[in-house]
Design a protein around this ligand. Structure first.
Ligand code: PRP
Ligand code: ADE
Length: 177
């Protein structure tokens, strides 16, 4: 798919926009191509987590682009990382939750031993749209009796009100549209 246009303010210049079906999509791939931008994104997440959630035990990243930012942040913080994947990808016993996105339905899965009861968890992804994916991730973590401290995303599509679906779980985003 061709990249349409880029914003030219702050990090926004590293976000590519394109159309998919009837939707206007945002792509974080240009951040990955620019080492300074990727470092700055990681710095901002690290700064926020150290200030707001010093008690965090584990970073959980969402399939697929949460895997690009999550391990970098976990390593900076000196905590572990665990993946939530789309259905059918993870080995061993798993838990799953179905959810809807802007343009599809899917199922999120997590390994049963990925999170321990009582652990304090932050969830990370590239983008919050309708909130279906992050909501499913919160459900998976709560079912394992761990605590979700909050969610971190590079981009939040405010006009889709995804944070309302997450109710009292705080969302920290670096760029809003
Ligand atoms: O807030 P929501 O409406 O749930 O949408 C957000 C999700 O959609 C995108 O991934 P997508 O599921 O399209 O899959 P991909 O990572 O495999 O591209 C994005 O990376 C988020 O994970
Ligand atoms: N508008 C959007 N842009 C990028 N990824 C998305 N996932 C769901 N909605 C999206």
């Amino acid at each position: 798919m061709r990249c349409g246009r880029r914003r030219n303010t702050g990090f926004g210049s590293n976000i590519c926009s394109f159309r998919k079906f009837l939707f206007f999509c945002r792509d974080i791939c240009p951040i990955l191509k620019d080492p300074k931008a990727l470092t700055a994104v990681t710095d901002l997440f690290e700064e926020h987590v150290r200030r707001t959630y010093p008690q965090v035990d584990l970073i959980v990243g969402l399939d697929a682009r949460g895997f690009l930012f999550g391990p970098l942040l976990a390593q900076r913080l000196g905590v572990g990382f665990a993946p939530i994947r789309k259905k059918g990808k993870l080995p061993g016993p798993t838990l799953s939750v179905a959810y809807s996105l802007e343009y599809a339905k899917a199922e999120a899965e997590m390994q049963e031993d990925a999170v321990s009861a009582g652990q304090k968890v932050l969830i990370i992804d590239d983008l919050l749209a309708t909130g279906g994916t992050l909501y499913a991730a919160c459900e998976l973590i709560k079912r394992q009796k761990a605590e979700v401290l909050g969610c971190l995303v590079v981009i939040e599509l405010k006009y889709l009100n995804g944070s309302e679906k997450l109710q009292s779980t705080p969302v920290f985003s670096l760029i809003q549209y």
